[in-house]
Design a binder for this molecule. Structure first.
Ligand code: NAD
Ligand code: ZN
Length: 356
């Protein structure tokens, strides 16, 4: 079992990563002194697969969890479902040391985390991420929240968990499309922070794609270390945490423009990363080798690399991103693997048009 610590003073927490670590979640909870009553929030897909394991592991250390199930899907990460969960928590007689365990992908992590952050002004949160994206990204760093009909992740908080338990064996049941979507974020970490890790990915991609245990553990652990290091420097996303948005300016615009259905988040980010690297190259920040190697890895994963719509179609969505900041569109640009910079691009649509 590997351990990565997210060091945030009194909000520090461990991430345990390994094969078959979920059965140990009860033991891992022991040092925290949680009360004997808690809640397991999960969805209708994950509940039958891994719910019983979590319930029995916590029961063995004297914590009785009530399982609350929500339907599967991003569309249920909203205030109405959060409201239903509050209603269901009310009669359970919880106290301030009652843990909320989030068992699922990023949707459950964000939703259950938001409920944990707000119910009774905050209950201890434990993440048991079950998707690759959740293990390498959403369970680390404390962003919790829900969507509004008009905008994703618009209501939320920074609320760090007390413990994260990432069992890579759970990824065996993850659909290939979801596994590949998570890999986009993994590739991102190599580009923004760690050249040796990018090279490791180039070499070990076949084992990763076969989901070989050792390779997946190394990949999840390294990704957690990289994200933890960024979060430690900028917990509340006021500066360097922006590097995590590599590929996301175009990625988010693509998701919004295509109605969040045509592309997974990982596919949109994959396309966005190649675009950002090629723009960097065009600006003379890096040579052609970087976008080429990046594109090659992404293609080997089976993720798309070309814009599926003309750049002009992204004007409105990229403009929205601009509105959120100081009226400029920021890109994370690549100088080398492990060396990126955040800079405004005055004419992002023009830059994208020049690529084609
Ligand atoms: N908080 C953050 O910092 C952060 C970061 C990135 C993304 N997010 C959020 O994460 C969400 C996306 O997360 P996601 O990609 O995990 O999507 P998801 O939670 O919808 O999971 C993807 C699909 O896989 C299923 N699934 C999950 N684990 C499984 C398993 N082990 N076996 C079989 N099926 C399984 C889910 O039920 C779902 O159908 C978005 O809402 C996004 O906004 C949050
Ligand atoms: Zn992302």
């Amino acid at each position: 079992m590997e351990k990565v610590t997210v060091s945030l003073r009194d909000r520090s927490y461990p991430i345990y990563i390994g094969a078959d670590v979920l059965p140990a979640i009860g033991e891992l909870c022991r040092p925290f002194g949680f009360s004997g009553r808690g809640v397991l929030i999960t969805n209708s897909v994950v509940a039958p697969l891994y719910g019983p394991l979590v319930l029995s592991s916590l029961e063995a250390v004297g914590i009785a969890l009530t399982l609350l199930e929500v339907p599967d899907g991003e569309e249920f990460k909203n205030l109405q479902v959060a409201g239903t969960l509050y209603e269901r928590l009310l009669p359970l007689g919880l106290d301030r040391r009652s843990p909320i365990v989030a068992l699922g992908g990023g949707v459950i992590g964000d939703l259950a985390g938001f409920v944990a952050a707000t119910f009774m002004r905050g209950l201890p949160l434990i993440h048991a991420p079950t998707s690759l994206l959740a293990q390498v990204d959403s369970s680390i760093g404390g962003k919790v929240g829900v969507n509004l009909p008009q905008a994703k992740n618009m209501v939320g908080a920074f609320y760090q968990p007390q413990l994260v338990v990432s069992d890579v064996c759970l990824l065996r049941t993850l659909p290939p499309k979801e596994f590949h979507a998570g890999l986009a974020e993994v590739v991102k970490y190599g580009v923004i922070a760690d050249k040796a890790f990018f090279e490791w990915l180039e070499t070990h991609l076949p084992s990763v794609l076969e989901r070989k245990e050792d390779a997946v553990i190394h990949m999840v652990e390294t990704s957690c270390r990289i994200k933890a290091a960024v979060v430690e420097r900028d917990e509340r996303d006021e500066g360097v945490r922006a590097v995590l948005n590599f590929g996301h300016t175009v990625g988010h615009a693509l998701e919004a423009t295509t109605g969040y259905r045509q592309l997974t988040h990982g596919e949109a980010v994959a396309i966005g990363m190649v675009a950002a690297a090629r723009i960097s190259c065009q600006m003379g920040l890096c040579g052609e080798e970087l976008p080429q190697r990046l594109q090659h890895v992404i293609e080997r994963i089976g993720l798309p690399t070309a814009l599926p719509v003309p750049p002009e179609n992204l004007i409105e969505a990229i403009g929205y991103d601009k509105k959120l900041r100081d009226n400029l569109t920021y890109f994370v640009l690549t100088k080398d693997f492990g060396d990126v910079t955040v800079a405004p691009i005055l004419d992002p649509i023009g830059a994208l048009q020049n690529l084609s």
